[in-house]
Write a protein that binds this ligand. Structure first.
Ligand code: 5AD
Ligand code: SF4
Length: 432
């Protein structure tokens, strides 16, 4: 019998994209991946629960997908990831799906798809890291890849559903991380991003995140190394020293602040104050003067006063973030905020605050980009620019997108580019 045809659709964070590649690897003996959903015998949707609108998008999409069953009776549709974990068997009522598999149960997928065992497995694990599974890269650019180094989260920020959907924090064995990176390098990848909800609390035997980074940077000295995400309470000077020492570690740190107000940070259970955060920023600037700093911010969390919101704006200006992901607070069932606080900021105020935060960040990103005009920098070519096929797009060490005329180079090359102009979102340059 020939192989079945599998279509995977992924929503949410980079971790989910990395997990979908693990799923593809687990199912690769029995299924070929297809890129047209109409060809599929099995459709798996890897989902995100972080905010309500992420879940609503998936429900809308599931409506479309489950309609395909009218034409293809044997079609199996499965929900993976955070929504599977959060909503469990309620999903069988809410949509016409066949299987529900949480983030730690993907090894069971082959048996579940053969109907040998229950169609729902949402068991979380203290130990699963899928360590020996080499992810199957069925999409992506062949230049830059994600490598998961840990799973889960123990921080329990009061607004966040992740500790409930992804379970307890656990780190992957160092040898299996190095082995996966070696595979990527052998396959021609030029950049890896080490991934976890909170990479700075990586620990395996005597290794912490700083020592892991040092080992990776030394062993793969011609590969660019990035990482995400860092919790401000755990970002160590030891890591900053390692970053300063190795040219191939990119000078870019994603350090979610969430808010600029100490009182608000306390309600969010972030375990640092505004001063602690600014102290980390000062340390980054001292060790790595050319490091880009990006962040996540939430507008309209429970009881947010005008003054607290202003503190977020002033933090943004004080740090001068190069980039930010900005969100409107969305109450998630089961979190501490849901149990003990009120989602009491009116929608129109949440929207207004979010819009102002976005407008300010636009200005800050533009200021940051203008400082790069006139500089020459190394760029890793990722592929043709979407807007103009005579141009390439790539990223510099600071993770900024750089666009330039193609000239005589190829995808996967490290090239020097002189920046000649910019927008708030991109740098434009000339190949040197
Ligand atoms: N509402 C809005 N944003 C949230 N985030 C996490 N939980 C919520 C929520 N309930 C944001 C945080 C986090 C990012 C991944 O998503 O900023 O850093
Ligand atoms: Fe959520 Fe906080 Fe964990 Fe990040 S650190 S995943 S925001 S609980």
């Amino acid at each position: 019998m020939g192989k079945g045809k599998l279509y995977i659709e992924t929503y949410g964070c980079q971790m989910n994209f990395a997990d979908s590649e693990v799923v593809a690897a687990i199912l690769s003996p029995e299924y070929d991946i297809v890129d047209n959903v109409k060809d599929a015998d099995v459709i798996l949707v890897n989902t995100c629960s972080i905010r309500d609108n992420a879940e609503q998008r998936v429900f809308n999409r599931l409506n479309e997908l489950t309609n395909l069953k009218n034409k293809k009776k044997h079609l199996q549709i499965g929900i993976l990831g955070c929504m599977a974990e959060r909503l469990k068997d309620d999903l069988f009522q809410k949509s016409n799906v066949d299987l529900i598999v949480g983030p730690d149960a993907y090894r069971m997928l082959p048996e579940i798809l053969k109907s040998e065992i229950s169609p729902i497995d949402v068991q979380l694990s203290q130990t699963e890291t899928y360590k020996e599974i080499i992810p199957f890269k069925y999409e992506g650019n062949g230049v830059s890849a994600f490598v998961s180094i840990m799973r889960g989260c123990n921080n329990f920020c009061s607004y966040c559903v992740v500790p409930y959907t992804r379970g307890r924090e656990r780190s992957r064995e160092i040898d299996s991380i190095l082995n996966e990176i070696q595979h990527l390098v052998n396959d021609g990848y030029k950049e890896v991003t080490l991934l976890g909800q909170n990479v700075n609390s990586y620990h395996f035997e005597d290794y912490n995140f700083a020592t892991l980074m040092q080992i990776v940077a030394e062993k793969f000295s011609t590969t660019r190394i990035r990482f995400a995400t860092s919790h401000p309470k755990d970002l160590s000077d030891e890591l900053l020293e390692v970053m300063a020492k190795y040219n191939n570690i990119c000078k870019s740190i994603h350090l979610p602040a969430q808010s600029g107000s100490t009182a608000m940070l306390k309600r969010m259970n972030r375990k640092y104050s505004r001063e602690d955060y600014l102290n980390r920023i000062a340390s980054i600037k001292k060790h790595l003067p050319d490091c880009a700093i990006s962040t996540d911010l939430i507008a309209g969390f429970c009881d947010e006063t005008e003054e607290e919101y202003q503190a977020t704006l002033s933090l943004m200006k004080e740090v001068g973030f190069d980039f930010a992901y900005m969100f409107k607070y969305s109450m998630r069932e089961g979190t501490a905020a849901h149990k003990h606080m009120q989602d009491n900021i009116p929608e129109e105020i949440k929207i207004k605050r979010l819009e102002e935060i976005i407008a300010l960040q636009q200005e800050l990103s533009h200021i940051s980009n203008k400082k790069d005009v006139g500089k020459s920098m190394e760029v890793l070519v990722e592929g043709p620019s979407k807007r103009n096929k005579n141009q390439y797009f790539g990223r510099n060490s600071q993770n900024k997108v750089v666009i330039f005329d193609k000239g005589n180079c190829q995808k996967g090359d490290f090239v020097m580019v002189k920046i000649t102009a910019c927008t708030a979102a991109t740098l434009l340059g000339e190949l040197l």
